[in-house]
Write a protein that binds this ligand. Structure first.
Ligand code: QV4
Ligand code: CA
Length: 475
């Protein structure tokens, strides 16, 4: 009886904070803009064999088609209905992906865009990915259906109807984010429609959700939606399993809305993590790797068991979202590998690896005017397949950072040292550091670039800077 109560208590404690990954799999990868057919293949041929726990996918629901600029990636953050059909694939392809990934123990995490529908200037007609009719000017989305009274116009008190000031909590939650029609999540009807969409995904077999634009929703409204969600599908998950929830809240400090306001609902993205780590690895502002000794809560981050961490995401790798110039991406390959390696070696947070597509940056006055460019696509706008080269890298301009040898190996390292304490820190007072994970693994970083700094290594990158690591599995 006591044991049973304890189990129940542990279950409740973990609940929505638990990523639900298979035991021994400790990271997920964001396959940004990938087609469902390619994700299914990737689960089977690469992610399962290499110990990845799951995949964050791009929003699967119907979105507005934007043609000016031509098919930007961000059109997927402008919902038209909750039908499952996008450039990534249709409903059958979605179901096929979830089944095949689940069957090899790689779970699917859906990017849920529930704060808003399309932009107010989105026009009207059938220009959406499933052909649904909509009229943005009239706030009419008959395929849900939502109409005028399901939006926050009355509640928003700014003159423009837009969020004008992030220090006013009410307008951040009740006004429009960059023109996006803001849903009245205080209404039970709206909550029910959103929950119906998410429950459909749970029935299909997904393991959890990224809640887009959570800062722009009241924590209590999110909770009301989550309370309507079912447990996960028992075909793949133990009965009583709650969906994993991580909320996108950009809290770099200095605003009244805090990441901690959302802890009751699930984990929260820790945006300070990538911003700070980028500064350290770039050695900006006098930062050095030796300062990483107390990385984690010691740097003012949220509690490890509430944090979802990443070096870069689909926004800040191209100047959207937050984090600033320090963010490391595949464009800075050598430093990027070091940052991702550090993240995966260090016990703080639940880790997400980014997997991108390539685009040509064009900086004008410090701004990349190509920040909108969508995934590799054909003339008709359809997304190109992810092809795999003989050397296991990806073709068709898919970067596939998760397949980079050093990153893939560190995903495995993290699995091997799971649960082991951070131990035996060493540094040279500069940019050479080393630490262990209990008696299972150790890692050495050398980000000093003076001559002679090179030491023995399992692998080295193009310059003196490198990572060396080892691990052993103790029976
Ligand atoms: C334009 C004008 C507006 C005007 C509007 C009228 O610029 O002034 O009011 O038309 O309709 C796009 C365009 C933007 C356009 C808007 C509406 O960039 O110029 O407004 O659409 O049509 C992504 C992109 C946004 C994009 C949005 C919707 O980043 O640029 O907006 O998709 O297509 C904050 C938030 C955080 C957010 C982050 C980017 O706190 O929540 O900004 N991050 C998430 C996602 C992100 C996504 C959204 C939220 C919105 O990670 O990818 O925005 O769903 O920090
Ligand atoms: Ca809102």
């Amino acid at each position: 009886m006591k044991a049973l109560l304890l189990l129940v208590a542990v279950g409740l404690c973990w609940a929505q904070y638990n990523p639900n990954t298979k035991s021994g799999r400790t990271s997920i990868v964001h396959l940004f803009e990938w087609r469902w057919a390619d994700i299914a293949l990737e689960c089977e041929r690469y992610l399962a064999p290499n110990g990845f726990g799951g995949v964050q996918i791009s929003p699967p629901n119907e979105n507005i088609i934007v043609t000016n600029p031509w098919r930007p990636w961000w059109e997927r953050y402008q919902p038209i209905s909750y039908k499952l059909g996008t450039r990534s694939g249709n409903e059958n392809e979605f179901k096929n992906m979830v089944t095949r990934c689940n069957n090899v123990g790689v779970y699917i995490y859906v990017d849920a865009v529930i704060n808003h529908m399309c932009g107010s200037g989105g026009g009207s007609g059938n220009g959406a990915t499933c052909g649904s009719y909509f009229n943005a000017g009239n706030e009419d989305f008959p395929s849900v259906p939502y109409s005028k009274s399901d939006f926050n116009d009355g509640k928003c008190k700014t003159g423009s109807g837009e969020i004008e000031n992030y220090s006013d909590v009410n307008q951040v939650r009740d006004c429009r984010l960059v023109g996006l029609l803001d849903l009245a999540l205080e209404k039970d009807y709206v909550r029910s429609k959103v929950a119906e969409y998410m429950n459909n995904l749970i029935d299909i077999g997904v393991a959890g959700f990224r809640l887009d634009a959570s800062k722009h929703m009241w924590p209590g409204d999110i909770k009301a939606v989550l309370d309507k969600l079912k447990n996960l599908n028992t075909q793949w998950f133990p009965s009583g399993t709650r969906p994993f929830i991580f909320q996108e809240v950009i809290d770099l400090g200095g605003e009244p809305i805090k990441a901690s306001d959302y802890f009751g609902n699930g984990r929260v993205t820790e945006f300070k993590y990538g911003a700070k780590l980028g500064t350290v690895i770039r050695k900006w502002n006098g930062e050095k790797m030796s300062y990483l000794k107390n990385w984690g809560e010691g740097w003012g981050f949220i509690a490890s068991d509430r944090a979802l961490v990443f070096v870069d995401n689909h926004d800040n790798q191209r100047g959207h979202g937050a984090g600033g110039a320090s963010i490391l991406t595949f464009f800075d390959a050598r430093l990027y590998k070091m940052a991702v390696g550090f993240m995966l070696a260090h016990p703080y947070g639940f880790t997400r690896v980014m997997s991108s597509y390539r685009w040509t940056r064009n900086f004008q006055n410090g701004q990349d005017v190509n920040d909108w460019i969508g995934p590799p696509s054909n003339g008709d706008g359809s997304t190109k397949a992810v092809t795999i080269n003989a050397d296991s890298t990806c073709g068709n301009d898919w970067v596939c950072e998760h397949r980079w040898r050093q990153i893939r190996n560190m995903v495995i390292f993290r699995n091997v040292v799971d649960g082991q304490p951070f131990s035996n820190w060493w540094d040279n007072g500069s940019n050479q550091v080393a630490f262990g994970r209990g008696n299972r693994g150790f890692i050495v970083f050398n980000n000093d670039d003076w001559n002679g700094a090179r030491t023995s290594e399992e692998y080295a990158d193009e310059s003196h800077q490198h990572i060396t690591f080892g691990s052993r599995v103790i029976p």
